[in-house]
Write a protein that binds this ligand. Structure first.
Ligand SMILES: [Fe+2]
Length: 565
């Protein structure tokens, strides 16, 4: 039985294909249409999933759609009168209700049953239930509490579930907007000059430069920790105005907002980011404690966009509330496609659990023959290498900036070693060099490391694998000099651990770097041009290679370098 999972109702449109309860393919539309966080109907993702399996739409038994268009409309309507005089909410609701609620529902149906010729009915799965399924059904756990936390989806901001076997039961839910942790974080982000949802990681990066105590007590005036796991935010503070893109009470309390173009030189912005991050961490812990109390479950699963906050995740993991924690690597709305498909497989069709997600490499891959053709057609000088992993490791050890393109594209917001730019992490100035020649990012944003699973504990304070860069850990003080380019200002790093089962080539590469330099760690940043999604095809990789300051490209079995070969 083939089930096609689709997210087409929010940002990060995506599709996946599940066959008899096992994931075959999963990709976000942005990787094809080259629009970051694309909201387009994921037609190219669907076509990829079908062609990868060698099937047509007529071979699909069920299409699972994330989100219930009319549910969004009904749930939001109760807030309409309360927010009637608040222009930002009025605009937001009009878009959500009229455009998202009705139009998107019709559009999904007409594309799938009309143009794509799907003969069956569509099955809609509620937004947070999709997040919950993507976290629990794909985890290694049989019995777990689940928390789903984002800005909002289908009218909910967060929810707690109990997962047992194939069943998921909601035990608490929290309504948008007054209890929305994600929306609160977005609002502070906008005040700081960042885009909602898309730039949440920048708030986290900046927060390390501030002191949460400086503005903490003033934040406490409008953030209320209540019983039942609830955190309530005063909406007066959260109101957005288009002019200035910020909140009036925020401005009166904290001063003029930062403009997007300005670099965050003022300390008060870093202090505001630190206070917001501190509140988010406390809110996530508050919710996790309530999840433990309600379910008594030994393990915890996390999904929803706030689940990408690796600092908060680290605090939950280290709190000891749960024996183990599993976070869906596509915790953002891209992962809704997974949750929709697995929810339908387990709950509509009574399918058994036989799949746990152990890696994220479910997108398009390319043969060496295809890559060779692309290089030849591009009239590029290239050489074939016998061992790409060791070859690339030599380049990294020699302080070259290396584009590394291998295997199937990884899903989710992080490059995990198949579409990555790799650099020797030893010299602190490599961070600035990568920024100057390739990434052009704000200086306060850290770069992340990948280390071998067996070697990482020598450099980082970790007690378990971290395969998806979703949990922050401390760099061991005595090892900071060995990995200076990836240690954040507060001495932390967003580590990816790699083992040979998940990614044999990448593991060999990092191991070889360890043999050459004594440090089995590389700086790993996503392979993309600034403002674009991670590269998908060899053509994308070549374009990125030549329009940035990359030194070398190791693509399949081939090597391309700037200058004479
Ligand atoms: Fe969501």
């Amino acid at each position: 039985m083939h089930i096609l999972g689709v997210n087409a109702a929010s940002h990060n449109s995506a599709a996946c294909l599940v066959k008899d309860g096992e994931l075959l393919s999963f990709v976000e539309e942005e990787r094809f249409d080259r629009v970051k966080y694309s909201t387009a109907f994921p037609i190219q993702s669907i076509e990829y999933c079908l062609s990868h399996a060698g099937i047509g739409m007529e071979d699909v038994q069920a299409v699972a759609i994330a989100g219930i268009p009319r549910r969004e409309m009904m749930l939001s309507a109760t807030g309409w009168f309360r927010n009637a005089f608040r222009p930002w909410y009025r605009r937001w609701l009009r878009n959500q209700i009229l455009v998202t609620g009705i139009y998107k529902g019709h559009r999904q149906k007409s594309r799938l049953t009309g143009r794509m010729g799907f003969p069956g009915g569509l099955r809609y799965v509620e937004h947070h239930r999709c997040h919950a399924s993507s976290a629990f059904h794909l985890s290694p756990f049989d019995h777990a509490a689940i928390i789903t936390v984002d800005a909002q989806g289908d009218g909910l901001a967060s929810a707690i579930y109990l997962g047992e076997g194939t069943k998921i039961r909601q035990v608490a839910s929290y309504r948008f907007p007054e209890t929305s942790i994600g929306h609160f974080y977005d609002c502070v982000g906008e005040y700081l000059g960042f885009r909602p949802v898309k730039d949440a990681g920048k708030v986290m990066g900046l927060s390390s430069y501030g002191d949460p105590e400086v503005l903490g007590s003033r934040f406490s005036k409008f953030v209320h920790f209540e019983s039942g796991g609830r955190v309530r935010f005063d909406l007066d503070f959260m109101k957005h105005e288009r002019s200035g893109r910020s909140c009036r009470r925020f401005i009166s309390e904290f001063g003029e907002p930062r403009t997007p173009e300005e670099s965050p030189t003022e300390e008060r912005f870093a202090h505001a980011a630190a206070a917001a991050q501190d509140m988010l961490e406390k809110a996530m812990l508050h919710l996790s404690e309530h999840a433990k109390k309600l379910t008594g479950a030994p393990n915890l699963c996390i999904a929803g966009g706030v689940g990408l906050n690796s600092v908060a995740n680290g605090i939950i993991v280290r709190s000891g509330l749960f024996d183990d924690v599993w976070i869906q690597p596509s915790a953002n709305d891209g992962g809704l496609a997974l949750g929709a498909a697995f929810s339908v497989w387990h709950e509509d069709f009574g399918g058994a659990r036989k799949f746990a997600m152990e890696h994220a490499y479910y997108g398009p891959g390319f043969t060496d023959e295809r890559i060779r053709e692309v290089l030849e057609v591009s009239k590029l000088p290239f050489t074939e290498v016998s061992d790409p992993a060791h070859f690339a490791a030599d380049l990294v050890a020699n302080d070259r900036i290396v584009g590394w393109f291998q295997g199937r594209l990884e899903a989710g917001p992080r490059a995990l070693g198949n579409r990555s730019i790799l650099v020797n992490p030893k010299r602190a100035e490599m961070k600035d060099i990568v920024n100057k020649y390739v990434k052009h990012r704000e200086s306060f944003r850290p770069f992340a490391p990948s280390g071998t699973e067996e070697g990482a504990a020598e450099f980082f304070n970790i007690d378990r694998p971290s395969p998806y860069m979703l949990v922050i850990s401390d760099v061991k003080p005595e090892k900071k000099d060995a990995v200076a380019a990836i240690a954040h200002v507060d001495g932390t790093a967003r580590l990816q651990t790699v083992n040979a089962r998940q990614n044999e080539a990448y593991h060999r590469l990092i191991s070889r770097v360890g043999e050459l330099t004594g440090t089995p760690v590389v700086l790993n940043t996503s392979f993309n041009i600034r403002g674009e999604p991670i590269v998908t095809t060899p053509e994308h990789a070549i374009r990125c290679f030549f329009s940035t300051g990359l030194d070398d490209l190791v693509i399949g079995r081939f090597h391309v370098r700037k200058g004479p070969v």
